[in-house]
Design a protein around this ligand. Structure first.
Ligand code: SAH
Length: 346
């Protein structure tokens, strides 16, 4: 890594945890750029089709209606370009479902600007801590939890150790810490063979727990959409993407997108600890079909027949199993006094 690296000061006191590396690298990565879309590094569901955000909006409107039409705030975590919020709010307002506030939790100055161009009435927050506590909260997070820092633990002959990131001249290398971390590894996984990698994301659990406490107190619901798995599971999932290709997570630090698969079991536990009921996760494809993507597709095609092929292609990417339909999972966590959210088996 060249000496002028923006992350240089991270290693002043020696090796750092993978979590600290990921937090610093992604903080730098997102701060100054819009990474989304064909010209960027990766594409997300709301950038593929307006149908995605519209169905999220219909999910919100339906739940709000069945909950007795309370005053509420629409909250989005990591709203990217603001496309999902704009599409969802447009669909919601068609049903009279109009929030008293639009709260955008976003740290990146570049993306904040992009969000305000699409959602001019949005108010920005650095973290969920400053969300107002005066109304019901409907919280949406698409591809947010995957960007939060993970810790990795490695089974060594001496027991479990944390994976650290160190400088070796111009390069970054990983090594093991000296401190035993067996207590941080799920009991079911502690007997895995030497070399096994296990991940946790304390940051993701903390955000989910914080959102849950807010919803348990004020009423509301949350929708978390990400690629992930049901833990506890062994295996490392850290990945880096640059210009729509996989890259080495330890090269070009701060210039590439670092993500990890989301442990939906850990998110579920955090939401329950905060007092919420959880449903899902269900595959994105099934959820979108239950919410009516095929009816929405037909009405869009009827309005612009020349776009039929393009719109069919968008539905294919969002719904089909070989595309995003099964890899991406949707979880809801909601106030136990609230109705059961649409799209999830009771
Ligand atoms: N939800 C959008 C963007 C996903 S990219 C979409 O689906 O298109 C991840 C988003 O999370 C970006 O907006 C990024 O700036 C934001 N983000 C990443 N880490 C964050 C953190 N710790 N706090 C707040 N926002 C964060």
């Amino acid at each position: 890594m060249p000496d002028e690296s923006p992350l240089e000061s991270l290693w002043t006191d020696g090796p750092v945890s993978l979590a600290d590396y990921m937090a610093a690298a992604n903080g730098h990565y997102y701060a100054a750029r819009d990474p989304l879309g064909a010209a960027g590094d990766f594409t997300t569901a709301p950038e593929i089709s307006q149908m995605f955000g519209e169905l999220v909006g219909i999910w919100c409107a339906d739940l709000w209606d069945r909950a007795g039409r309370p005053a509420f705030r629409y909250v989005e975590l990591g709203p990217g370009r603001g496309t999902l919020a704009a599409d969802a709010l447009r669909a919601m307002r068609r049903f009279g479902c109009d929030p008293v506030g639009v709260e955008l939790v976003e740290t990146s100055p570049a993306l904040r600007a992009a969000q305000l161009s699409r959602v001019p009435d949005g108010t920005h927050h650095d973290t969920i801590e400053s969300l107002p506590g005066d109304a019901v909260l409907l919280i949406v997070a698409n591809e947010f939890f995957d960007a939060l820092p993970i810790r990795q633990f490695v089974a060594t002959p001496e027991g479990w150790r944390e994976r650290l990131v160190a400088r070796d001249g111009a390069r970054l290398v990983t090594q093991h810490g000296d401190t035993p971390v067996d207590a941080d590894v799920a009991p079911l996984l502690r007997t895995q063979p030497v070399g096994t990698v296990v991940e946790t994301s304390p940051a993701a659990s903390a955000v989910m727990h914080g959102c849950a406490l807010r919803i348990a107190h004020n009423g509301g619901a949350m929708l978390a959409i990400d690629y992930g798995y049901r833990g506890p599971a062994a295996g490392g999932t850290l990945q880096a993407v640059s210009s729509h290709r996989y890259a080495d997570p330890f090269e070009r630090a701060g210039e590439i997108d670092l993500t990890a698969h989301v442990d939906f079991t850990a998110l579920t536990a955090a939401a329950r600890r905060g007092g919420l009921t959880v449903a899902g996760p269900v595959g994105q494809g099934l959820w979108l079909q239950r919410l009516g993507i095929d009816a929405r597709l037909q009405s869009l095609i009827a309005a612009s027949p020349a776009r039929a092929e393009e719109l069919e292609g968008q539905r294919h990417r969002l719904v089909e199993a070989g595309e995003m339909g099964e890899l991406f999972q949707i979880l809801t966590a909601f106030d136990p006094a609230w109705p059961h959210p649409a799209g999830f088996a009771a």
